[in-house]
Design a protein around this ligand. Structure first.
Ligand SMILES: [Zn+2]
Length: 399
């Protein structure tokens, strides 16, 4: 929680002006009123949304610490002028790994080492999801890598460094689907299930990019949404929903060669792996193009307030498919958080993250875009991409 110092400064200024302009009696009256009714500082909650660090890829190609660099920049500022900023909770929405096959322990250890760059925050202020690149093969123990090294529920503290007791906001649920609450915000965190095997997920040839959840996860989400209509619901998954943000429509993950054949672009082209859905949440179990979430939101507009996803890495001005990174549909806000990586999918990747500032009593959220390198625009806040989104109800820090 942070308090807005501006309010105090404005109050002092007003008091000083009253003292200089008015009589002593007036000044005393102002002071007395201030004593009775001290100005209430605005309370804010700052959510730092990050994703797609692809730690192994950046380290291998450019000895770049995609995750640690971003953490250091947030706390101490960047070496190209990016300012530090305050945040209360951070999300990483998947693809901590850059592995095309099943990730290994060395990359897990590296991810944990890079989380260690934090000096003013603890590991437990980061809440993680599994992306398609974090998935293990179908014949391995289900998602062992994510469970061992990212470990949202704190079951493998020895490896992950996550101790459930240190969570500022406790996690309820499993590695695959869990919630946490901040005031009247309810976060519904859903991991991708690329581990299911072809055609849904990764097999011997590597990972397929299309997004997947199980039918149980969808049923869990639907029940959660129905039971919590008094909360501001923020759903998070590695993937965006279909036709919501930049390049999230059918086939928008690819481009065509001169002779009309599909080829990789934002995502790797795998003809066997549901390629038309490479850039959105495409599978529910083994049902392709299921659109279960989209149908629910069409029938229940405004049922949630915000969907956070990532997976499609691109610069903040890209509008492939006529959609940008932050859009509104079915009375819901959608934000593609994009990526911390510079090297994974390097044709489009622009290291960036977003800061969401929730203010006590307000239904408006300030959304800022931070560029972690200077390759697109100077490192730091990219004001052209800043916007304000509306929630269905005001934010309350205490409920
Ligand atoms: Zn991804």
């Amino acid at each position: 929680m942070t308090f807005d110092k501006q309010t105090r400064r404005e109050f002092s200024l007003r008091s000083a002006q009253a003292l200089s302009a008015g009589s002593v009696v007036n000044a005393l009256a102002v002071a007395a009123r201030a004593e009775d009714h001290p100005p209430k500082p605005a309370k804010t909650f700052r959510l730092w949304a990050t994703s797609d660090a692809h730690v192994g890829t950046d380290l291998r190609h450019h000895k770049r610490e995609s995750l640690a660099d971003a953490i250091r920049q947030s706390e101490r500022g960047g070496d190209q002028g990016g300012p530090p900023f305050e945040w209360d909770v951070a999300l990483h929405l998947g693809d901590s790994s850059g592995n095309q096959g099943s990730p290994k322990d060395d990359e897990g250890q590296e991810v944990v080492r890079q989380f260690g760059a934090a000096r003013q925050h603890v590991r437990e202020q980061f809440y993680n999801l599994a992306g398609n690149h974090d998935a293990t093969f179908a014949d391995e123990e289900t998602q062992w890598w994510f469970r061992k090294w990212l470990d949202p529920t704190g079951e493998n503290t020895k490896y992950s460094g996550v101790d459930a007791k240190n969570r500022p906001y406790p996690v309820e649920g499993t590695w695959e689907r869990y919630t946490f609450r901040v005031g009247n915000l309810l976060f519904a965190m859903m991991s991708d299930r690329n581990d299911i095997g072809p055609p849904v997920g990764r097999g011997a040839r590597g990972g397929y990019p299309a997004g997947a959840v199980t039918g149980e996860t969808f049923a869990w989400w639907k029940s959660l949404v129905r039971k919590n209509s008094e909360s501001i619901i923020i759903s998070a998954h590695h993937h965006m929903l279909k036709e919501t943000t930049v390049a999230s429509g059918e086939w928008e993950g690819f481009k065509k060669t001169k002779d009309g054949k599909w080829q990789s672009n934002y995502h790797g082209y795998f003809p066997q792996g549901g390629p038309q859905g490479a850039s959105y949440l495409y599978w529910i179990d083994d049902k392709p193009d299921a659109q279960a979430f989209e149908t629910y939101l069409t029938e229940n507009p405004g049922a949630i307030d915000l969907w956070l996803g990532a997976h499609t890495h691109t610069n903040p001005d890209d509008r492939k498919g006529g959609r940008g990174h932050v859009e509104r549909k079915w009375e819901v806000n959608f934000a593609n958080i994009s990526a911390l990586t510079k090297c994974h999918g390097h044709g489009h990747s622009t290291p960036m993250s977003r800061l969401f500032t929730f203010t006590e009593g307000s239904n408006q959220v300030r959304v800022q875009c931070y560029l972690h390198t200077s390759q697109f625009q100077p490192q730091g806040w990219y004001v052209n991409a800043e916007c304000v989104i509306d929630l269905g109800k005001p934010f309350r820090m205490v409920v």
